[in-house]
Design a protein around this ligand. Structure first.
Ligand SMILES: Nc1ncnc2c1ncn2[C@@H]1O[C@H](COP(=O)(O)OP(=O)(O)OP(=O)(O)O)[C@@H](O)[C@H]1O
Length: 870
């Protein structure tokens, strides 16, 4: 048994020795001398352990000279081999060889016989499976998993690892445990960030990975995180990170992200991203709890002014959803120079500075527009600091239209596709909140008052709603509204919006359904908020600063609402400002909402950008109520429509009657064919085919017919009978519906006439009131009327007449309606005029005609002045 064991051992030892022979040993790229060949006699001596002992000792003693030239690790392995030659120490030696054998075989089983150089041939998937081996050789340099390395004692392994790692670091190469992918990432990082200690970065990457894996609960999600390294985002990962809170990250993590972004994305770019986003949206609609607000971030390009002032970019968008914010310390701030920190945020989507307007629209708003056509409310709002690009995103320019324009155009295009001509209408309203007052932008006038309506929510009373049937009409209205919007230049932005603007488009269209025509109405709110600003950033102690304070106040109210919503509080302080009142629907109502947070890349705006990202991150947690389709049964408004509906129903009725008659005819024919049977009594043979008269009784049958006809015998007849019955029932229903429509129209007419009568009454009362007012005014100016009475030349009859009609100044006879100021004129004219002639029929006609053409007293010069004197 011992002999056999020894033979096996010997063979293995020989193999190991052979492996070490002739093959140079590489250490940090440097060729090391090969192990001296073990003389043949050694193996021969091994075959007979007892006599060979001395010889072996002698030989190994000679061999030691050579071994001295090798490294201490080799020496250790040789001494291990020597042990085999000593019979008294054979057992431990056999054991250690068995351990080595096991290691080698496990390594081979793990795939590919272990790494042979600095990370080459290493597969990440194997890392997990060979973790036990790695535990034994935690940081191996060149060949850390190779059999020769494993032959070393743990202490030597550790020493060798340390030496190799040190050399690698000096060279700027990789440690033995890096994968090719990591190496590539690292080189990308190097390229991206210049001279930077990549080792730290890689460490950071690993730390990030570990963190991400720990964050994700399910194994599936962990796998997703691992996949995410190469830019592949799985759905669950994306959904989860979208909800994950922002966290502080090290610069290494930022570098890792940059590297990940630089790597080719096997997911297939935009299409894949859109798919992922779609899933996130699906996830966002949590089973009946409500809809999560979709939050997007848009980075604007660096402006010329910022570039000239030496600003640096402190924001980086990675993977179309991650935003990395870096704080730069001042060069003179020596204490903080080494403490550069940043933050990482993840959103539903993040748009880098070169994103086209159409892409922003497609990802953020297009889906909401689609929802509006299904009768669901949607709202999009832009949030951010002044000059961050909100108006650019919402409105854009003529060449580069923004979300508002694209959404309205899309809405019309989709409506055209969905509805028949004339079946739709889009009502448009556009308002602004400026210094806490609500103004109508489409017909500017007095500030509007906000009222809460149980059906529509918060509405601005008196806000004009324009009906538009084409996209061009809408564009004209939008242009008109924008001209009325308050924009002023500030130090930060030359076209700074000083107000929050809300554009609402209500799309209504009729859809035929079983219950009749239904009207679907969906509301789309597009909101361009004014930017938060520091007083110093704009202007101090001017109107601009007053505006700025008001803007900040309303935005503060908005943030406290967001806070309260996130914390799930019962009371949400929507009433704190006009803006939050108007946004109540979008934030807490039955509405699907998208928020686009606009940020500037400049490090000068670091604080503002951080704030915006913080609030955007908070907003991700807000859930709005489940958005239900809003549809109502269509009730025609005008008489014309009602008549149209009635005609339509009558027509349908007629068609059904004809159909019924045809079926009856068929039925009769079937009966006649069945008449061969004497037991069958024919039904309705006297009925003329095509008669539209319905059967008085749907179950009208000749007695005995049903009993004689069985389904098996006359299946056709039975079916026809059934159809007839159904049709009769339908006709009855239709007639009832028509009757109801008629009654409804009658009641509406009655209501209309009643309201007309009430209006008339009110109008008469108002007239009366006005008359009284005028009468009072006239009485106040009674000295004038007295003077009129004493006007020389004015005939007493006319004077009396004028007094009697004094209640209505317009009816005052000319020649007497004069004032003290005009007295001289009238004096002159009246004095010069001939005395009043006796009133003949002709003269009466003349005077009446003159009275008809007399100008109203209200229009006469001096009247208003007199009024004010009175
Ligand atoms: N994505 C972009 N691409 C090109 N230019 C942009 C972009 N975003 C913003 N800008 C430019 O930046 C400037 C400021 O943008 P904008 O007026 O939209 O900012 P704002 O956030 O609306 O500011 P405020 O709150 O003061 O109104 C404008 O000149 C605009 O053209």
């Amino acid at each position: 048994m011992h002999v056999l064991e020894a033979a096996v051992d010997r063979r293995q030892v020989e193999e190991l020795i052979k492996e070490n022979q002739g093959e140079g040993w590489k250490e940090g790229g440097k060729e090391m001398p090969a192990l001296p060949a073990v003389p043949r006699s050694h193996s021969a001596a091994n075959s007979s352990p007892l006599p060979q002992q001395a010889a072996s000792r002698g030989r190994t003693g000679g061999g030691r000279e050579n071994v001295e030239s090798c490294s201490s690790k080799r020496r250790a392995s040789i001494s291990n081999l020597e042990l085999l030659a000593r019979p008294e120490e054979r057992r431990p030696a056999t054991r250690s060889l068995a351990v080595l054998k096991e290691r080698v075989s496990r390594l081979a089983a793990a795939g590919g016989g272990g790494g042979t150089g600095l990370g080459d041939g290493y597969q990440p998937s194997l890392r997990e499976t060979t973790s036990s081996i790695k535990a034994q050789a935690p940081r191996g340099g060149g060949g850390n998993n190779s059999p020769s390395f494993l032959l070393l004692s743990p202490t030597l392994q550790a020493k060798k690892t340390a030496v190799i790692n040190q050399r690698s670091l000096r060279r700027g190469g990789g440690t033995g445990t890096t994968t090719p992918q990591e190496n590539e990432e690292a080189s990308n990082v190097k390229r991206a960030r210049g001279a930077y200690n990549w080792v730290k970065e890689v460490e950071g990457m690993r730390r990030q990975e570990r963190l991400a894996a720990a964050e994700l609960e399910t194994p599936k999600a962990s796998a997703a995180a691992a996949a995410g390294r190469g830019g592949i985002l799985t759905r669950s990962r994306l959904a989860q990170t979208a909800r994950a809170p922002a966290r502080t990250y090290s610069l290494a993590a930022e570098a890792a992200a940059a590297a990940a972004a630089a790597l080719p994305t096997p997911s297939g770019g935009g299409r894949k991203f859109a798919e992922e986003l779609e899933t996130v949206r699906e996830d966002a609609v949590g089973g009946g709890v409500g809809t999560r607000i979709m939050v997007y971030v848009r980075l604007r390009p660096m402006s010329k002014k910022e570039k000239e002032s030496g600003s640096r970019s402190c924001v980086r968008v990675v993977n179309k959803r991650d935003v990395y914010l870096t704080e730069f310390a001042l060069e003179t701030d020596y204490l903080r120079l080494k403490r550069l920190r940043g933050r990482h945020f993840a959103f539903d989507a993040a748009f880098p500075d070169n994103t086209a307007q159409q892409e922003v629209y497609n990802i953020s708003t297009a889906e909401l527009v689609e929802g509006v056509l299904q009768g669901k409310n949607g709202s999009v709002f832009c949030y951010g600091a002044t000059g961050a690009g909100k108006t650019h995103t919402m409105l854009g320019t003529v060449q580069n239209p923004g979300v508002m324009v694209l959404a309205l155009k899309d809405l019309f295009a989709k409506i055209k596709k969905h509805s028949r001509d004339g079946d739709h209408v889009v009502r448009l309203s556009y308002l602004e909140v400026y210094n806490e007052s609500v103004r109508d932008l489409l017909s500017p006038g007095r500030p509007l008052v906000l009222r809460e309506d149980s059906k529509q929510g918060i509405v601005a009373a008196g806000l004009t709603q324009y009906q538009a049937y084409t996209a061009d009409e809408v564009m004209t209205l939008l242009q008109r509204g924008n001209l009325n919007r308050t924009t002023e230049p500030t130090r930060i932005n030359e076209t700074s919006s000083r107000s929050h603007a809300i554009l609402q488009a209500i799309a209504e269209y009729k859809v035929p359904q079983e219950t009749g025509m239904v009207v679907r109405a969906g509301k789309l709110s597009l909101i361009d908020l004014a930017g938060s600003e520091r007083a110093l950033a704009t202007d101090q102690r001017t109107l601009r600063s007053v505006e700025g304070a008001s803007i900040n106040r309303s935005l503060l109210a908005l943030s406290s609402c967001i806070n309260a919503l996130c914390e799930g509080k019962k009371h949400i302080p929507f009433r704190n400002s006009k803006l939050t009142q108007l946004l109540k629907d979008s934030l807490g109502g039955s509405c699907r909402t998208a928020m686009i947070a606009n940020i500037s890349p400049s490090n000068f705006s670091f604080g503002e950008t951080q704030n915006t990202l913080h609030w955007a991150d908070r907003a991700k947690e807000i859930r709005t109520k489940v958005c239900e389709t809003q549809e109502e049964l269509s009730v025609p408004d005008s008489m014309e429509d009602k008549t149209k509906l009635l005609h339509q129903m009558q027509k349908e009725n007629q068609e059904l009657r004809i159909q019924l008659a045809r079926l009856q005819h068929k039925f009769v024919t079937a009966q006649q064919t069945a008449a061969a049977s004497p037991s069958v009594i024919t039904l309705g043979s006297d009925r003329t085919p095509g008669s539209s008269a319905p059967l008085a009784n749907p179950t009208m049958k000749t007695p005995g017919l049903h009993s004689s006809l069985s389904e098996q015998e006359f299946p056709e007849r039975v079916t026809a009978e059934r159809t007839i019955r159904d049709l009769q029932r339908t006709i009855q229903l239709l007639e009832m519906e028509a009757e109801r429509a008629k009654q409804d129209s009658q009641s509406r007419e009655e209501k209309l006439s009643a309201s007309m009568a009430a209006l008339e009454k009110a109008h008469i009362l108002e007239l009366k009131h006005k008359d009284e007012l005028i009468h009072k005014l006239y009485q106040r100016s009674s000295p004038l009327s007295d003077s009129r009475k004493t006007v020389p030349g004015c005939s007493p009859s006319i004077s009396t007449n004028s007094t009697s009609v004094a209640a209505s100044p317009a009816k005052v006879v000319p020649g007497c309606k004069n004032s003290t100021r005009k007295r001289s004129f009238w004096d002159i004219t009246n004095m010069n005029s001939p005395p009043a002639a006796p009133v003949t029929r002709a003269s009466r006609r003349l005077s009446t005609a003159a009275a008809n053409y007399a100008p109203s007293l209200l229009l006469q010069p001096g009247f208003s002045r007199r009024q004010s004197q009175g």
